[in-house]
Design a binder for this molecule. Structure first.
Ligand code: HEM
Ligand SMILES: *[C@@H]1O[C@H](CO)[C@@H](O)[C@H](O)[C@H]1NC(C)=O
Ligand SMILES: *[C@@H]1O[C@H](CO)[C@@H](O)[C@H](O)[C@H]1NC(C)=O
Length: 218
């Protein structure tokens, strides 16, 4: 059943043109943190409700180089965990996995080389920004700076870069079932209910005051 819904969503993503360069994101200024984000509204079932995946890029980021990003993920409380795949696939791609734990939200750095539960990944590290992280009656949201999400060794062993000034094909996966130990960033997680691909416009996510905003929200 879960597998079927995952396949269904992959087909749906293909139908809306995952191979075109048309961005499926909108630019938003977050009044709380001050970051300009490029934001994707990720549907995870046929019911209303979405997980928002937002990315902010420092304006000085250059193609072919590593750069820090700020990622903000906001999910309805019925979501147990969500993961963002920076390379647009589960395997050989930095995975940002997030889940609520009481009034806190945990960020876990993961990596997979096959379609099994991803392991801890030391190639990316995160600084959670308190200014954009909260749990309320309807949603949980986390905002974190990632160092290591935009440059990594791909399947062939060569360095792969997430492009800062154009669109990148990203993917997410999510599950309603929470991790077994939500307070731990190495908790076991179970197979996702869905996985979805989209084209994320990084050009629209450029922030001239990136470093200042990171400091202000720390
Ligand atoms: C216990 C954890 C996990 C298990 C057991 C698992 C298992 C699998 C399996 C069996 C598939 C292939 C089935 C299909 O194509 O429908 C798949 C695909 C996928 N998974 Fe996972 N997964 C896990 C965690 C994650 C996480 C944390 C992400 C983060 C974004 C993720 C992203 C994806 C994506 C994007 C696909 C589509 C195919 C691909 O890109 O490789 N998965 N997963
Ligand atoms: C968990 O958090 C610790 C302390 O911040 C960090 O060193 C470690 O890399 C994190 N592990 C994962 C899997 O995110
Ligand atoms: C709860 O948090 C979500 C996600 O940040 C936000 O969109 C929503 O407006 C918040 N609701 C309230 C009542 O503050």
């Amino acid at each position: 059943m879960r597998l079927c819904s995952g396949v269904g969503w992959a087909l749906a993503a293909a139908a809306v043109g995952i191979d075109s360069v048309t961005a499926q994101t909108t630019a938003v200024v977050d009044p709380q943190t001050g970051f300009t984000f490029s934001s994707y509204s990720g549907r995870y079932s046929l019911d209303p409700g979405a997980i928002d995946f937002r990315i902010a890029v420092p304006s000085e980021a250059e193609a072919g180089q590593a750069y820090d990003v700020v990622v903000q993920i906001a999910a309805p409380r019925e979501i147990g965990w969500a993961g963002l795949a920076w390379g647009g696939a589960m395997t050989y791609s930095p995975l940002t996995v997030v889940y609520p734990s009481g009034q806190n939200v945990v960020v876990s750095s993961r990596w997979a080389t096959s379609h099994v539960a991803p392991s801890a990944y030391s190639g990316a590290s995160y600084q959670v920004l308190r200014g954009g992280t909260r749990v309320n009656s309807t949603h949980w949201q986390v905002t974190a700076k990632c160092s290591g999400c935009t440059a990594y060794k791909g399947r062939s062993g060569t360095m792969t870069y997430v492009r800062p000034k154009t669109t990148n094909r990203l993917a997410f996966a999510s599950a309603k079932k929470p991790p077994s130990q939500p307070s731990s960033n190495t908790s076991a997680i179970e197979y996702h209910d869905v996985h979805v691909y989209w084209n994320h416009d990084f050009a629209a996510a450029s922030n001239p005051k990136f470093a200042d905003l990171v400091k202000r929200n720390s």
